[in-house]
Ligand binder design. Sequence first.
Ligand code: C2E
Ligand code: CA
Ligand code: CA
Length: 720
Amino acid sequence: MPAQAPGSAAEPDGLEDRLQRFATIWSRAVFPVTATSLTRPEIERHLLPLARDLSDALHARPFDPAPAHRVGAALVAAHCTDPDALSRTLGVVDSYLVLYCGGDGESAALEELRARCARLQHALAAGFAQALRERTLVEQEAIARSALVARSFAEQALHATEARFRAVFEGATIGIGIADLEGNILEVNGALTRMFGGLEHHVRGRRVSEWVHPEDAPHVWKLYGELVRGERDDFRVEKPFYRGDGTVLWTNLTVSLLRDSDGRPQYQLALMEDTTERRLLNLRLRYEATHDSLTGLPNRTLFFERLDKVLSSGDGTRFGLCYLDLDGFKAINDSLGHAAGDRLLVEVADRLQSVATRPGEMVARLGGDEFVALTTGTDTEQQADELAHRILGALATPIRLDGRELTVRGSVGIVEGPAGERGPAEVLRSADITMYRAKAAGGNRFERADPEADARAITRHGLTTALPAALDRGEFFIEYQPLVHLGDGSVHGAEALVRWCHPQHGVLGPDRFIPLAEHTGLIVPLGRWVLQEAVRQARFWNRSHADGGPLRINVNLSPTQLHHPNLVADTVDVLERSGLDPGALCLEVTESALIGADEDLLKPLRQLAEMGVDIALDDFGTGYSNLANLRRLPVSVLKLDRSFTQSMQRHPIDPVDLKIVEGIVSLAHSLELAVTVEGVETGAQAEQLRELGCDTAQGWYYARPGAPDRIHSLVLADAV
Ligand code: C2E
Ligand code: CA
Ligand code: CA
């Protein structure tokens, strides 16, 4: 096959066309709001490479939104600085980027492209805002420079030629005004008049002191006083003014003192730049960055800012936080569709907002169907409870949606306490955990945080999330505990017991993590690993000393593994790969996992038993199963629970206990089941159990679980 020349025809057909069309649409959208002398087609040519950057970023592997950031900056550089230019651009990207540049992928791929497109829009907006900020700084410096130039011009003009001064004054694009030291405005240029609405009498002849504005920075008028008294030569502030029609003009204002030829203060010179639009854009960007676009509620960012502020305030401030998660929202969303789900969330947001209106209360949406309400004050313990009541009450009335009434319930976790002890992340995590407790208790209720429950949940949660990586990193290992013939004390085999060498918590026993692995399903790969490893180890023992019959290996199976469709295939595979005789493997299944088991569940075990694998009923005697049932189970070994062994330790031994064990053993033997006892800690127990007819035993009396070579040496000792 001829190799394709690099770069040639690598572009899919039509992408170039579609990019072109995308750039056309984009240019049409932004052209009306750009303040440049470029024509629309010129802008289009300018946007085409930017469109290509966005398209490339949409498909790049790995995904990186940085090019969109640069596109945002490029817009500013191209003088598309109007607030609308950004929102129109975002609109075009949102509607057309995936459509024109997405290719014809499958719906799963499209879903991903849409998610990427949203992230590109965020990056673009961020790039735009940053570039605008930087440009503003540069412009401010330019103004400061021109202030110096203008001042020297003005000073010269006052002493020299009026005509030259006029030229500078009128030609300037920034607003310039001159006032005397009493604050009477003597001269203003055209640019300044236009900023104030175009009528000269709105400015000239007025007094500077009339320009007090409620949003003036506190130090503005102090600086002004110092200037007119000759104590400083200039100052620069951001200052709002009322225009004649009552609207507000925001400016970057530089005021300088003009001195006469003897250095005495004479006039003041004001230079101002109109920043109203930029300010509006910044406010809008800030609003968009801090509010949820669906419900209009404050979003996570703003909520964290508020919470952070509350938590870092001193003087006995307390906070109360209610973390709300709707019960069963996913089901509504899945059955009625996302549009209906969205409307439901909007309604919930409205209701929450209407019940959290007391001073110091705030509601925010954290995302999805999760909301928070915050309250501050001194008696937040009671306030938070009340707030939670109001929240649940707000949800009590069904919500009408498309003609049907939906009952929406929620679970609330409350965290309350003094400011200054915990950070926002910690508080929110505690609220989240508490909310889950409310959910686990059935939902439609609130629970209060409890530090002990938190700590337990955090460790449990931490261990659960660390499990998968732990398996990949090889943090698990197996200890082996010998199984011994009660008759002659010789080693008959070993049980594999898994441990986790956790990087922070040290060695953890299976009781700490098997239930978690069971819960998350990780038990399947973990159990497979244990089986593989233990079988490999048994094969190794048996290869190195074949005399005295094969050593048997016992491996525990959890209920989830028992239900897994690949159990038989995986086990066969492991045995075949290692070359271990199936008769040397014993799988231990707890009695409780088999209570009430139907034929479907027993079938894989039956298949394994037919292949020669032993099945042991572990912890026997704790599950209260019907002894008559034993007959239909494919088991060949009973492992008597440790509690029986413990009863052999008492003095005198309860004759009833003896009778029970004796009965079980004789029933087992009549069913041709071998009996193993667990937890043998003393010689007396061993002797008693031997007399009762038990076949094999396991326990600290013989050996604690340990490294595989320990079994090796025990077997060698037997052989001697
Ligand atoms: P189990 O199958 O009943 O295992 C016997 C437990 O008794 C082991 O605890 C063992 O260390 C302990 N033991 C042995 N001899 C004595 C003794 O003389 N006195 C006392 N007091 N205890 C003794 P371990 O290792 O903590 O295992 C606990 C449970 O974890 C096991 O109970 C088993 O159900 C489960 N497990 C262990 N490894 C695995 C595995 O690989 N997969 C699965 N699914 N479960 C496992
Ligand atoms: Ca076991
Ligand atoms: Ca057991």
